[in-house]
Design a protein around this ligand. Structure first.
Ligand code: 5CA
Ligand code: ZN
Length: 407
């Protein structure tokens, strides 16, 4: 699948490289250094394209864009892979409800997402991979699991016995009771008769009347959700990649299941070395979600003339791990901040700029603390008015390279 066009990332020539990036790993519950061996490898779960990108999605992709940029500034090349869940229940349900073809809906919303990401200056993945085009990869991994005896049949549908992976539970760290409490509302089917364990998850769903299906050695059907990300990540990044990312609603079941499926299929394999999760953005008192319909779309803001850099700054003003609520005031604050930086930067001296490079790098190396970086820039900007402007170019390059904000 085609990604979106890349944006130029200025190099901070003459400033050495940034310090090693530390991030909070959900699986260990601690902030730890990332230690890429050669290229840094990152997989971030992509959208299910049945509705436009809301500011919650955007916050999550901007968070991982900060990591991408932090690695690059620390001297790493980055391999970045993202999927598109272009066939799944919510997409098919929306297509039926609105009377459009499911594939057209997926293509239309994926294209809008590409436009939103481009406007927000989010760097594209090197591989942007759809679930549909990955069916042969998915089937291979399921066959591998089946050969090992980790798969069983419920009325023609194939299930993964999650405890086949001795490390099941290590990603989210939830107890079985905690897992059961959220499994049902996050795409799972704990109560389906015939399952051997309530938490076992669907790998392959046999064809249903009126739904798309593909021929395979597993019979005619379509993939379950989690296995898509296991198969795509293994194929395009290989085992032991540095970071698996997404919003915190994906820690369980999605990342837990994806990791266990891969680890059970290939003995001794470690799926990702760290699991990172962005907080949930709410609106009007609830988590912003396509199913609840309480949404602020990036595309609507753009159409109404909002500067995408102001949208990006509004998202960066919150720590990526925080849960927070979007209000119009967030955007107003960001617009004012952007205007004040654009005005002040012209006066920045070389010494001001050099200090700022260090401070911003330090903030972002410490679990991607963008709010601290923004506060440091505010404090700097307040003192720039007396400078000669010789540092303006450095400040602009810094903000562009590290925050993705073009002044
Ligand atoms: N296609 C799957 C992942 S394989 C999926 O979760 N798609 S999604 O469209 O529902 O979400 C895309 C990304 O946005 C996920 O990382 C999800 O965790 C994140 N996300 C969804 N809602 C919010 C929100 N309100 N705030 C922050 N991030 C969110
Ligand atoms: Zn995923």
């Amino acid at each position: 699948m085609r990604a979106w066009p890349t944006t130029d990332v200025p190099k901070l020539e003459g400033f050495g490289s940034a310090p090693a990036v530390h991030v909070f790993n959900t699986a260990t519950g601690t902030v730890e250094p990332t230690t890429p061996q050669g290229r840094a490898r990152m997989y971030v779960c992509g959208i299910t394209p049945y509705d436009a990108t809301h500011v919650g999605h955007a916050a999550t992709y901007v968070a991982f864009d900060l990591l991408n940029r932090a690695w690059r500034d620390a001297g790493h090349e980055v391999s970045y892979v993202q999927n598109v869940t272009d066939v799944d229940d919510p997409l098919l349900e929306r297509a039926t409800a609105t009377g459009v073809d499911w594939a057209d809906l997926a293509e239309r919303e994926t294209e809008l997402f590409r436009e939103d990401m481009t406007a927000l200056r989010v760097l594209p993945p090197d591989e942007y991979v759809g679930a549909v085009e990955s069916i042969p990869l998915v089937v291979e991994v399921i066959q591998q699991l089946r050969d090992k005896g980790f798969v069983y049949d419920v009325e023609g549908d194939l299930y993964f016995a999650v405890h086949s992976d001795p490390r099941f539970g290590e990603v989210s760290g939830l107890s079985e009771q905690e897992m059961l409490a959220v499994f049902g509302e996050r795409g799972g089917d704990p109560d389906r008769p015939g399952k051997k364990h309530a938490l076992d998850c669907l790998l392959w769903q046999a064809e249903r009347p009126g739904e798309p299906a593909w021929d395979s050695v597993l019979g005619r059907g379509r993939p379950g959700w989690h296995i898509e990300c296991s198969a795509i990540a293994l194929r395009f990044l290989g085992e032991g990649f540095d970071v698996q990312g997404g919003g915190s609603d994906l820690a369980f079941p999605h990342h837990e299941m994806s990791a266990s499926e891969a680890q059970a299929a290939f003995d001794g394999l470690t799926f990702a070395r760290a699991y990172l999760h962005a907080g949930m953005v709410g609106y009007q008192g609830e988590k912003m979600s396509k199913s609840k319909g309480n949404l602020v779309f990036v595309s609507t803001l753009r159409e109404s003339g909002t500067d995408p850099m102001a949208i990006r700054l509004a998202l960066l003003a919150r720590h990526y791990r925080a849960d927070w609520e979007w209000t119009d005031a967030d955007l107003e604050r960001a617009e004012a901040r952007l205007a004040s930086w654009r005005d002040a930067v012209q006066h920045a001296s070389d010494q001001h700029a050099r200090q700022l490079v260090d401070v911003v790098r330090t903030c972002l190396a410490a679990d991607l603390d963008a709010p601290a970086a923004l506060a440091a820039i505010d404090a700097g900007a307040a003192g720039w008015h007396d400078g000669d402007g010789a540092g303006a170019d450095t400040v602009q390059r810094l903000l562009d390279a590290r925050l993705g904000v073009r002044l």
